[in-house]
Write a protein that binds this ligand. Sequence first.
Ligand code: PMP
Length: 391
Amino acid sequence: MIPRFSKRFERDSSGLESLFTLSEKKDAISFAGGYPAEELFPKEELDAAFLKRSELTDNSVYQYSSALGYEPLRAKIRTYAKRNGIDCEIENIMITQGAQQGINFLADLFLDVGDGMAVEAPTYIGALEAFAARSPEFYEIEMQDDGLNLDQLEEVCKHHQLKMLYTVPNFQNPTGICMSLAKRKRLAKMASQYDFLVIEDDPYRELRYEGVGLPSIKAFDMSGNVVTLGSCSKILSPALRTGWLIADETLMNALKNLRLASDCNPSSVVGQMIDEYLEDNDINEHIEEINDLYRDRRDAMIEGLKRYLPEECDFTEPLGGFFIWLELPEDVVAQEILDNYGDVTFIESSTLFPVSHRRNCMRLNFTGVNDEEIEEGCRRLGDAIKETLYE
Ligand code: PMP
């Protein structure tokens, strides 16, 4: 018999698992996924970049490297961050194995059992799982049309010692909502005033289908209380497992030490390949191509939902990102719809609220399905909801 798992991993963590099984369910139309559309990966260009860089370098490309990652790539990220209002040095940028690793590093560095951890309600399941493994005291902060309810957050701060807040300010997973400029400024100020860390997780920023982007929350951070995470997963490919973390000096020094005991450094082979891709290609053109396809899919899903859903349903109309959030009347249990009508899948809401476990909502993904699937899936969803409500 093997020994017991550590206390951290004794919990039930089936939330993530069900996410993957639902996306792969046969014969069903899946609105459950969170994958980018595969046909958009710039495979030829990435292959070419890898071969070219390999030819240009010596054996050192296969050596261990710095904990922060390949420096020329960090310099490019610095230029990009500047566009979003973040003025930092390359020493403030760490290449991570996706934004997920950044989340996990910060959870590791900051959370002890019982620490105050505020999250948007609902929020991203992968982040919740990383935090939950450290058994913090969760505080759910309601999502409003312009982002998280900061009055509610302030009440929490006044009565409890908050350690961290996790937010996805652009096209939030799972609601698709963006945080307003005023709230970004106020949140940065509050973090300094009440001494908590803001994790600004921003992997969807570039997937904007209309309007113009707002500065990062970190752009308004005067005290080092905001850490920003970015990712190549949605704009290039998630298989590269490459993202970045931007933090002030003290925090970065601690993260470097933590990383040595974790995975030493990010892959410099992958770092160099991405750097070469960025040298040889216009990534903004590629992003435009992605956004043209996703914009059409978003429009198709909104149209389908309007056509087929009964009027008791309420859903977001996001300006970008991957997801639409659908709310059903309070007494409806979304999981029962999944159980009773398996021909269209989605992520039901209870695992996305760590305290209230609200059950009457669903996350719908529109990027991984084509027009016909969207139309048919919305029809099936509408039928299932109507039958549940009226019969
Ligand atoms: N943060 C959010 C909000 C996400 O939706 C995801 C992926 N679905 C991640 C982080 C993880 O991304 P990565 O592939 O960069 O680790």
